[in-house]
Design a protein around this ligand. Structure first.
Ligand code: ADP
Ligand code: MG
Length: 700
């Protein structure tokens, strides 16, 4: 049970003034919690990206136009917009003993301004100044206070990332109010370590970040942020350590057989396994036979053939009379797995079904019934697989594709659906060895390093966007030759809406050139629409597919031979590598065109050059790591480290080893977290939503 002390952190945002159901929705979007209502904690972990510094208090004569200043002025007179020109600004003339200032308001209400800026009185006005016609002006001052209120004026204000519909002021007020609601907590960090690093307590660190006194207070490298980052890293490492301990205590159930079903699947394959596929299958079969839980990561580049390894693993437990589940991060992928697996499974006599959000009604009920009585051997699906209503007769193996999109949560939720469930995680994100432990410290690892035979190298070229016309011509020639082309549109900021706008524009544009052969697929489309668009492309009904990054993960259209990536400089290398892996899957020669906006900096140039040089995802990851640091290797510059809200590997990665040692030490001394520090650490796990790990303590 969560300690009551933490309740204020988990209270609904609606408990804050001014937040009702409608605004709550906006916060849901801002805080990335659209499925569950956002809580005080979510807002407190939404950290500022900078500050507005109002500390400069010049006389009017000394004001530097274009900067933020706080000035003390006397209000001289009001000049409302003339009645015949209501759109003209309302101006208030003010001055001090060195000069004049015009305060300008649009769409102003006179009674409001009369009260805010009474003629003849002194007011402190803070905002950005500008020179218009040689006169110093401030358009819509940020703050206006009287002498008496001056001490309440925050001279350094945090600036937050926003979403449409929420203003800086709203978020700032809400964060401030949220801070007022939360208590101090028992310390979970080692006191000596805190002293050594000059860290304050958790709640104090939040206070520093949301009520900064200096702009430096909110720097991600600063002590307040770093403390929270360390908390997050420790929570992560503690979770991994708890999982590892839990696994070691778990008796597994050996699933072995003579490998007859595996042999049938292998016989149905139109190719033979690569050496590393064969090795991975051996690893897995050996693990499955042991009376211990398997938790294994299968790392392999895009196109390295993970699916068939997964199927052979499933065949192993199915032969032992048990069931397997394969969970994919998107519906497209789940369907694609089904399409790949179904014909092979049929030949081998494996009964396969699919379950996503789209299967409803009778069909769904029937699948669930068949699953419960063991009439389905392998269930493929999305998140839908770990809903409560999904019950297996005897789940033995959970396969999770593209792990980094799922948390430990989901893996555990799926593993709980059976008795001693073995887990196989598939990932195509090449992660340098140094980082593997951070994310997968609790797992054994198999790697698929070579590509299946017969693959043609992908010719990769970088081209400035200014030569777009030539690119369109080249694409036209490819289309005329019957080739199929992906055109991936840039990631614009973090906003899905503007991503979509860019893709839609490009789509319209290319349609002008190539007509009905062009299609569009993006993240806002319904699952069924996306599938249809992919199916049309796959079948050759359309031959130029404009896409946002929804096609990033795993989509397999062997006939596609050209990949155009617009604004390649905005993508992480790993992400481009993934995208590029969509082509070169068939026997035809493939091309990847990376369009960049000139001029490129030295690092950006070097990064794109790596992509021209090699297709080895591991090498790309290592090289990129050298150039730019870890955050980018994971393609997470925009979205943060997967599963982490505060910590960035680049800035805080050096503390990982400490966090790992710390977690090991804590659990060696106090495996059930019952000491005072142990109790405090439980709070930490709850705060970073690693409470699944707490259940493991006793579940063992
Ligand atoms: P990924 O690792 O990206 O999930 P897939 O499992 O989708 O890769 O495999 C990519 C393609 O390679 C599929 O079309 C699959 O049929 C094919 N493939 C897999 N293994 C081999 C192999 N050993 N030889 C030839 N083709 C293979
Ligand atoms: Mg795959």
């Amino acid at each position: 049970m969560r300690p009551n002390l933490l309740d204020p952190f988990f209270a609904s945002l609606k408990s804050l003034p001014g937040i009702g159901p409608k605004v709550e929705k906006l916060y849901g979007k801002l805080l990335g919690r659209e499925e569950h209502p956002p809580r005080i904690l979510d807002l407190l972990l939404h950290l500022p990206t900078g500050t507005v510094d109002r500390r400069s208090r010049p006389k009017l004569r000394e004001v530097v136009p274009g900067t933020v200043a706080t000035v003390a002025v006397t209000i001289d007179r009001h000049r409302p917009s003339p009645p015949n020109r209501p759109r003209a600004p309302y101006q208030v003339y003010a001055s001090d003993d060195t000069g004049d200032l015009i305060l300008t308001f649009f769409h102003a209400r006179k009674d409001y301004l009369d009260k805010l800026l009474p003629v003849g009185e002194l007011r402190y006005v803070s905002g950005t100044t500008a020179l218009y016609d040689g006169v110093l002006q401030m358009v819509h001052p940020d703050r206006v206070v009287s002498e008496a209120e001056l001490d309440k004026l925050a001279m350094v204000e945090p600036v937050y990332p926003l979403t449409e519909g929420l203003s800086e002021n709203q978020v700032r007020k809400a964060a401030d109010a949220a801070l007022g609601k939360v208590p101090m907590l028992p310390e979970w960090q080692d006191e000596a370590w805190l002293k050594q690093r000059d860290f304050s307590s958790f709640t104090e660190a939040l206070t520093t970040l949301h009520r900064p006194e200096e702009p430096a207070d909110v720097r991600p490298e600063g002590p307040a942020w770093t403390r929270l980052a360390y908390d997050e890293l420790l929570a992560g490492q503690l979770t991994l350590a708890l999982m590892r301990a839990h696994q070691q205590r778990q008796p597994g159930r050996g699933s072995s057989g003579e490998g007859i079903l595996r042999a049938k699947v292998a016989a149905a394959l139109p190719y033979s396994l690569t050496p590393s596929q064969a090795r991975a299958v051996d690893d897995i079969v050996r693990d499955l036979a042991l009376p211990q839980r398997m938790v294994r990561l299968l790392q392999g580049d895009v196109g390295s053939g993970k699916t068939v390894v997964a199927l052979l693993a499933a065949a192993t437990v199915i032969e032992a009379g048990r069931q397997a589940a394969l969970m994919a991060p998107t519906e497209i992928l789940a369907r694609q797995h089904l399409a790949t697996i179904a014909p092979l499974a049929e030949k081998a006599g494996i009964r396969v079904a699919i379950l996503t959000g789209r299967e409803r009604g009778k069909e769904r009920a029937e699948t669930l019934d068949r699953l419960a009585i063991g009439d389905i051997d392998l269930l493929i699906g999305t998140h839908a697989l770990f809903q409560d209503e999904v019950a297996f007769r005897d789940l033995a193996l959970a396969i999770v594709d593209e792990q980094h999109r799922f948390g430990v949560h989901q893996r555990l939720a799926l593993a709980r659906k059976g008795e001693a469930v073995d887990v196989l995680v598939l990932t195509a994100t090449p992660i340098p060895r140094t980082l593997v432990l951070t994310f997968f410290g609790d797992m054994e690892i198999s790697e698929l390093r070579e590509k299946p035979a017969g693959r043609q190298p992908i010719a990769t070229r970088t081209i400035a966007l200014s030569r777009l016309d030539e690119v369109v011509e080249a694409v036209g020639r490819a289309l005329d030759e019957g080739q199929r082309v992906y055109w991936v549109c840039p990631l614009v900021e973090e906003s899905e809406t503007s991503d979509l706008a860019a893709a839609t524009d490009r789509f319209e544009d290319l349609k002008q050139h190539f007509g009905e052969r062009v299609d569009l697929v993006h993240g806002r489309m319904k699952g069924s629409e996306k599938d249809r668009a992919m199916a049309r492309f796959s079948a050759g009904e359309t031959s130029l597919l404009v896409a946002t990054t929804v096609i990033e993960v795993g989509v397999d259209v062997p006939a596609a031979t050209v990949m155009v990536i617009e604004h390649a400089e905005r993508f992480g290398l790993a992400q481009i590598h993934q995208l590029r892996g969509r082509v070169g899957r068939g026997t035809g020669r493939s091309t990847c065109l990376l369009l960049y906006k000139a001029p490129l900096g030295e690092t950006a140039k070097a990064r794109l050059a790596i992509l021209r040089e090699t297709e080895d995802g591991f090498r790309i990851a290592e090289e990129d790591l050298k150039l730019r640091g870890e955050g980018d290797v994971l393609g997470t510059r925009q979205s943060g480290m997967p599963g982490f809200r505060i910590a960035s590997i680049e800035l805080h990665g050096e503390m990982l080893a400490s966090a790992r040692d710390d977690a090991a030490l804590v659990l060696a001394r106090d495996p059930e977290l019952t000491s005072a520090r142990g109790e405090a650490l439980r709070c930490l796990l709850y705060l970073f939503e690693r409470d699944e790990a707490i259940r493991l303590i006793r579940a063992g």
